[in-house]
Write a protein that binds this ligand. Sequence first.
Ligand SMILES: [Fe+2]
Length: 334
Amino acid sequence: MTIPKPVYNPPFNVTRASHSVLTVKDLAKSRSFYVDLIGFIVSDEDKDAIYLRGVAEACHHSLVLKRARGDSESERVGMRVFTEEDLEKAKAFFEKAGLPAKWVEVPYQGRTLHVADASGAPIEFCATMDLKPRLVVDFRHHHGAVPQRIDHFQLLVPDVQKACEFWMSMGFRLSEYISPDGTQDLLFVFLQRKGNPHDIVFAPGAGPRLHHAAFSIPESYHFFYVCDLATEMGFAANIEFGPGRHGPGHALFVYMRDPDGHRIELFNTHYQVMDIENEPVRWDASHAMKRRWQLPARQQWFDEASRFAGVAPREPARKGEPMSLEKFIAAGRR
Ligand SMILES: [Fe+2]
């Protein structure tokens, strides 16, 4: 396995992870979780959808909850491109790759391009959104974990190398990666466009499925406050993993499951990475596990993820053997 070469002049200009579109069975219950507990700002809502943003976001939405017609699923991963011209170039790029690409109308967004990536994950690109007030210094609206902005997605895919090659061909740069000890195999890849460690992460597993969307929060104490509040509001069992500290990316984190089982990560403290001489940081899998002070994640964190609407997950050729909490306890590890 080899690390794909970076493309410094990409075929079109993706600027950042933009928005997650999820379907949920009970909008009122989801509103209680995302708004009353986590602290998202409601940009708009109707009987079939809620459009949410963080306090530091001026664009209309970074999380859309739609009423599910069947199972609750992930509908789309949303990315921003810089200009309308980049949208045209994106369409040509996907068509040339023999992948689906079509224009659609999406509420509160400019012209939107629906595509599927090389793994079959449904992605949408837009260049503009309606604007809303940025509430970052309007403290009356700060609540719960005070989510500031969307930061990244993590997807499970059956072939991480293939996903990495495809996204790097779009100009994404590899910031960090985890390899089985002593190899250059790409087990976990962290890819970015916006200049911090990741906009999209690919991990091995049956997929494509959405593992989580991540939102930044301002202060360390918000991790503990939102966990206390979750307990008070009857959402204690929704806290899945953490608070803890990542090795790659070095962020503090907590993972939560929403009422439909969709996972979000709240995190802070990402660093800056954008200069041309910044080489990808390689982690031995065993070292990535040692560089933490919290206990490992439960097995469900590695296995469970949201299905994409209309996309049947495929099993990976090779299954990993991550150190789960269950294995850690069974082995009597310290
Ligand atoms: Fe993450």
